[in-house]
Design a protein around this ligand. Structure first.
Ligand code: ZN
Length: 300
């Protein structure tokens, strides 16, 4: 231990005496011990995401993930569907939403050479980073099409890629208030991480005839936040990976609890705090900790 760390630890060390390891300690499946998680994700960078979706989410304090294609943004409109601008992407990112990578021009990536594949993926990362100041750490495959090479390239430098999704929309997916509620109830019941896939509201694929069905679904979700962790795809993907790669040792000291994590992931990429459920002297508590930190102390 270097001198600075030793000095910082002195007040804590003074309260330490004979200690014992707490056996009843675990990292919870989802943040703050919630039972399930949902990531709302929106494909193709359609203008409706800025004009309609994000304001509804913002009014409820929900964050979502928007998968964009740089080429569509620069074209402005494709297939009669107006697209986001880079300035809108920057604004949404600043409001806490995730702007992430759906490839530069939305091809089926499994048809490309490795060189062309890399160009599609990393050119879009560069453009999103230039616009928002944040390099994407997740990826969504166009047409959900992947093979071994595509998956390998698209995982480079990322916490996860979208490998499954629940399609929501009315023109193609025929979502109803009942089907959305039933899906959410199944996610909660099974303790799953539910990932939605929506496209445009009034433009693009799988539009909504009655958009209030989607806004009501957002409200239903927001009212269940005690049970369901609603966050960006990146946040939930990172939490789950950290949970798998992190172990904790919890010790009971005379005046405090010490939680020492050990995690073998790259801290530059994985930045989500984790939650531990710890029972000491019959009292169960949720503790938020940094999986890459030193031993962290909590009042008993
Ligand atoms: Zn798409």
């Amino acid at each position: 231990m270097n001198l600075r760390l030793l000095l910082m630890s002195l007040p804590v060390l003074a309260s330490l005496s004979a200690c014992s390891v707490v056996e009843d300690a675990r990292i919870t499946e989802y943040r703050d011990g919630r039972k399930a998680a949902v990531s709302l994700t929106f494909d193709d960078g359609i203008l409706d995401h800025y004009t309609l979706v994000a304001p509804h989410l913002d009014s409820l304090g929900l964050r979502a993930t928007f998968w964009v294609n740089g080429n569509s943004i620069e074209q402005g409109e494709i297939n009669y569907a107006p697209r986001l601008t880079w300035e809108m992407c920057r604004e949404m990112s600043e409001r806490g939403h995730e702007i992430s990578n759906h490839s530069w021009s939305h091809p089926n990536l499994t048809n490309l050479s490795e060189e062309a594949l890399r160009e599609e993926v990393f050119k879009n990362d560069d453009a999103i980073e230039a616009a928002t100041g944040k390099r994407p750490i997740t990826f969504c495959y166009p047409f959900n099409a992947q093979n071994e090479l595509v998956a390998q390239v698209c995982h480079e430098g990322r916490v996860g890629t979208r490998d499954y999704q629940e399609a929501q929309g009315q023109v193609n997916s025929h979502s109803t208030p009942e089907s959305l509620r039933a899906w959410l109830e199944k996610v909660v019941e099974n303790g799953e991480w539910g990932v939605t896939m929506s496209h445009g509201i009034h433009h693009g694929w799988d539009q909504w005839n009655d958009e209030t069905v989607l806004w009501d679904f957002f409200k239903d979700l927001a009212s269940r936040q005690d049970t369901v962790w609603i966050d960006t795809f990146a946040a939930v993907a990172a939490y789950r990976a950290e949970r798998e790669h992190c172990t904790i040792r919890v010790r009971k000291y005379r005046k405090c609890i010490g939680l020492k994590p050990s995690c073998d992931l790259d801290p530059a990429l994985y930045r989500e705090p984790l939650t531990a459920e710890v029972t000491v002297n019959g009292r169960t508590r949720l503790l938020t900790f940094d999986p890459f930190g030193h031993e962290q102390y909590f009042e008993k």
